[in-house]
Write a protein that binds this ligand. Structure first.
Ligand SMILES: [Zn+2]
Length: 165
């Protein structure tokens, strides 16, 4: 096939955006927790839902969520996708798996990479745990958690997480 007939599958676009992010009170507490190797959420005083990361309010009850709770780094894969497209902005080669993980004690899934598991073995209900960066590398960022990996626990039942998909 001549070069002029080949489909264009990708382009490099030199786009660069620089901005400052103001975390706000709820996110600041969450990010400071990450710097200490803790996952902090907030519980709604009315419905009891635990938001991780916290948003500062409950979107259902429209009230502030000012009760702080710490959740463990263990959770359940609720949904996932296998990424097969390479990206210059990622330091990982495809295929790899990204998943929504419902941390134990939380009511909002957390988006993260799954590693230490073949991509085609990741499944809904799989139990996983957070793998943190070394203590000296912890910081106020989501990147304090490198990824999640499977743990030797039976899969969670669909009933236990179906309300969190
Ligand atoms: Zn609520």
């Amino acid at each position: 096939m001549s070069e002029s007939l080949k489909p264009v599958t990708a382009i490099k676009a030199p786009v660069h955006l620089e901005f400052s992010y103001t975390a706000g009170r709820a996110s600041t507490r969450f990010l400071r927790g990450m710097a200490q190797g803790k996952i902090l959420g907030q519980r709604c005083p009315e419905c009891g839902k635990v938001y991780v990361p916290p948003r500062g309010s409950c979107t259902i009850c429209a009230v502030p969520t000012d009760v702080e709770v710490e959740v463990t780094g263990k959770g359940t894969v609720t949904t996932f996708c296998i990424v097969r497209i390479p990206s210059d902005s990622l330091s990982i080669d495809p295929p790899f798996t990204c998943a929504h993980i419902l941390l134990d004690g939380a009511d909002l899934p957390f988006f993260a990479l799954i590693q230490e598991c073949p991509f085609d073995e990741v499944r809904m209900g799989m139990r996983v745990e957070a793998v943190w960066v070394p203590k000296e590398e912890l910081g106020p960022t989501f990147e304090s958690i490198k990824y999640f990996r499977p743990i030797d626990e039976p899969d969670a039942s669909f009933e236990s997480y179906k309300e969190h998909l």
